[in-house]
Design a protein around this ligand. Sequence first.
Ligand SMILES: *Cc1c(COP(=O)(O)O)cnc(C)c1O
Length: 375
Amino acid sequence: MWGVKMIRVNKSYLPSIEEYTVYLKKIWESGWLTNNGLLVQELEQKLKDYLEVPFIQYVSNGTIALQLALKTLNITKEVITTPFSYVATTTSILWENCKPVFVDINDKNFCIDADKIQDSITENTEAILATHVFGYPCDVEKIERIARKYGLKVIYDAAHAFGTRINKQSILNFGDISTLSFHATKLFHTVEGGALITNSGELNDTISLMKSFGYKEDEYYYVGINGKNSEFHAAMGLSIFPKIKDFISQRKKLSETYDICLSGIGLQFPEKQTEVEYNYSYYPVIFQTEKQMLTIKNSLAQQGIDSRRYFYPSLNQLPYLSGARCLVSENISRRILCLPLYYELSNDEVIRISNVIKRTILISAGPIPRSLLRQ
Ligand SMILES: *Cc1c(COP(=O)(O)O)cnc(C)c1O
């Protein structure tokens, strides 16, 4: 590409080196590099206040957060889960030697279809692990009712739902445990990182031990693991932290531009609910067919614009699984594309991306019928 700026699908925000250095100096002063250091404690406190949650455990990534959640809740058998998520949602279940049981998604916001969960419950079902896809909340109330009725634990993979609120409260307050990812590609990041959120002080204490080899002060309580994160990662989080509100408002603005530019050309978007405050973490578009989606992905690439098939494939179709069919998820997976969305993207770039999409759809629709042309 000559003269045209390449547009990536995502771009990690970096603070200025000076902002990061403020925190590095603190590490040099304390000499404390990891093991629940001062910056980790400060980050946990700030996140707790910002997210309005009672407990948070900062860990090394979002995948270990999922595994710690399953382990802490002592899940060993069947886990009802969504086929429409990042692969880590499924692999964490498999890694803990549990069995993922896929329940299809709804076609409104692509989260697990709560009305289909009961049919998949067996005597071996112990938990539900569902994802708030693209930050759109699962039907948390219905899931809670089912979980209560059948005595199941609920874990939410909230890797996309940082800052999402429903009826004026954090979406992270639902379920037994919610997990976050602070990977470099996420709305808020610490390069690598993640967290577990729970309303239970007891569970929080267990997670705290579990992420640190299962022992404390010469007492060995559990078979733990090393899920701790370092002062250097916390330093990145702390230096980015003041920007969170800007990240969300800029993404909201860009999403609204996409909404306007891409309306009226037969595309589908996840449905919003009035009681939800969204975080605008992604901009997913469902095209009419897989062919149309691929044509557009290709047109965008020719203009130096990245887009991502996210999520594809539907997780029940992973090569190492022989899961049941999940027709809605498979269908959406084949047609979905996430468009570029990040803090430093400009409104003009969103318009440019949208124009490529509109032009491609018009061209591939074929010549305009004679009857519609002016004589
Ligand atoms: C990113 C992500 C994860 C994994 O988080 P990591 O920090 O990369 O390990 C899990 N689930 C979902 C839905 C994600 O988007």
